[in-house]
Design a protein around this ligand. Structure first.
Ligand SMILES: [Zn+2]
Length: 264
């Protein structure tokens, strides 16, 4: 099950029970922009149909990062412009097959073989409009700015800023309802990237998973991530053991250990 919520005029979030995922849509006068495409062709097709219930305008896609649940549904929108950070394309080339295998197994073992088969069948569409630090898109009567604030949740996170609506789609730089995920993370860069997000001064920030949040939530998550970065530094320098770091972490053991593993 999925539903739209409108966070500002013509700025919508598609909320999913599965993975508590949040995908996005920005509607301009001449075209619309789809923010992330879901984890398989079926989810992508469902999103495309839902977009068509909102607007008949031509679409472009932007991928916040390469993780399967954000980037594997793009086929349903092709052919169209697909924006992403340069590193997102490189990572889809490098890890696409492995992500497909890991997540197909995850769903099959969870007793959802249909979803597993769909994930296994995905051939990720590679982004063709590549961004380094900043790009601007014109949707007709509104512009959207894509920004990269350095390595954080991945080495290529892109945030989608809609200035006239005071909304930012933050991808997995922000997590609501679950701890941040560090498997491909750069713990030292993450608080810096959230400073970049906060600097955009948006009233509403849409996380990659969970409900839209305000600046106060992002600031609190930034401070937690700064503490995790500090714990990583102290473990690396030998000032703390991993166990001590886990005990002091604002997050549960598993994500904390994933963060520590990224700096060893
Ligand atoms: Zn992610």
């Amino acid at each position: 099950m999925a539903r739209w919520i409108e966070v500002a005029d013509g700025v919508l979030v598609r909320r999913y029970q599965e993975l508590d995922l949040s995908l996005g849509l920005v509607v301009g006068a001449a075209s619309c922009l789809v923010v992330d495409t879901g984890g398989d062709a079926g989810q992508g097709a469902g999103l495309a149909a839902a977009v068509r219930e909102v607007t008949p305008l031509p679409w472009q896609v932007v991928l916040t990062h390469s993780h399967f649940d954000h980037a594997f549904g793009t086929e349903a929108f092709a052919p169209c412009a697909v924006w992403a950070h340069r590193g997102c394309r490189a990572d889809l080339v490098a890890t696409g097959a492995q992500q497909r295998e890991v997540w197909a197994r995850y769903y099959r073992e969870r007793g959802e073989p249909d979803v597993g088969d769909r994930v296994a069948a995905v051939r990720p569409v590679l982004p063709d409009h590549l961004v380094d630090d900043r790009a601007e898109l014109d949707l007709g009567d509104r512009r959207v700015v894509l920004r990269h604030f350095g390595p954080a949740h991945s080495d290529h996170d892109l945030v989608v800023h809609v200035p006239d609506a005071s909304v930012v789609f933050a991808g997995d730089l922000v997590e609501h309802g679950a701890p941040p995920q560090f498997d491909d993370a750069h713990p030292q860069g993450w608080p810096v990237a959230l400073d970049g997000v906060l600097g955009l001064d948006a009233a509403t920030v849409v996380p990659g998973h969970g409900d839209p949040v305000d600046r106060g939530f992002v600031r609190a998550q930034r401070d937690e991530l700064a503490l995790v970065a500090e714990l990583c530094r102290e473990v690396a320098s030998g000032a703390l053991t991993a166990e001590q770091a886990v005990a002091r972490s604002p997050y549960p053991e598993e994500p904390t250990r994933a963060a520590l593993a990224r700096i060893s």
